[in-house]
Design a protein around this ligand. Structure first.
Ligand SMILES: [Zn+2]
Ligand SMILES: [Zn+2]
Ligand SMILES: [Zn+2]
Length: 233
């Protein structure tokens, strides 16, 4: 099921179209990008690699940036091949990233299998919470920061890899402080990712998602409002 939305600016009439797009690489290593439909979803599930395309905007340098987020990858294609094919798709500015489930061993570099996936949070007293649930459904308590934990094990190196991905940082702690706190709760903190925002590859400014009530990228005065929204499959 896909969503196609048309926005317009209530001041200057600027129009913006947004749709839920996906991409996939077929078994002949050709890349395709299309709206998410039953048909394209089927093709992407049989593909060598696939993922979603998310559109961002940079108010600082007035560029649209496309985030190709790889969520599936078979062992018959390498990360480097995927990056090359996505880069060659068109001239748009892109950020290519791999879902946090993917991890390579930091010692021998081979892909390591995901063993466990949990949610974690730290409260303002420094207490550490970890739950099996994939979603942060801790009680409505205020946390300093929270996110997802992924555990991996490399059979060749006999080493555990712990990855913490920060999704919310309510206390606005800086990276080194977060790392220090996490170190107190794991004997072996190996990977740490701050995922709270994406930055523009062009100017390093924080990227924004344009949607309802966003400031118009053209006149910078009006707000975007939904003019038309269609669901399709
Ligand atoms: Zn290894
Ligand atoms: Zn920029
Ligand atoms: Zn406008």
């Amino acid at each position: 099921m896909g969503i196609h939305t048309e926005y317009s600016c209530n001041e200057c009439g600027f129009k913006l179209v947004d749709s839920s797009d996906i991409f996939w690489i077929d078994d002949e290593k050709k890349i395709h990008a299309d709206m998410q439909t039953v048909d394209s979803s089927k093709k992407s599930s049989d593909a060598l690699a696939s993922g979603g395309i998310f559109k961002y905007y940079c108010y600082n340098c007035d560029n649209y940036i496309y985030n190709f987020h790889v969520t599936r990858k078979s062992r018959f294609i390498s990360k480097e091949e995927i990056i090359q094919l996505v880069e060659g798709l068109d001239d748009n500015i892109k950020i290519i990233d791999f879902d946090n489930r993917f991890q390579s061993c930091i010692h021998c570099r081979q892909d390591v299998p995901l063993k466990s996936e949990k949610s974690f949070a730290i409260d303002n007293k420094g207490e550490f919470f970890i739950e099996d649930s994939l979603y942060n459904d801790f009680d409505s308590k205020q946390f300093d920061f929270s996110g997802k934990y992924y555990g991996y094990y490399c059979n060749d190196c006999k080493k555990q890899i712990n990855k913490f991905v920060i999704l919310e940082n309510n206390a606005n702690l800086n990276d080194s402080l977060i790392k220090e706190i996490l170190h107190d709760h794991t004997n072996d903190l190996t990977v740490y990712i701050n995922d709270t925002f994406l930055v523009c590859p062009n100017c390093d400014d924080e990227l924004q998602v344009l949607g309802e009530s966003s400031t118009c990228p053209k006149c910078r005065v009006g707000l975007l409002t939904i003019e038309n929204q269609t669901l399709f499959d």
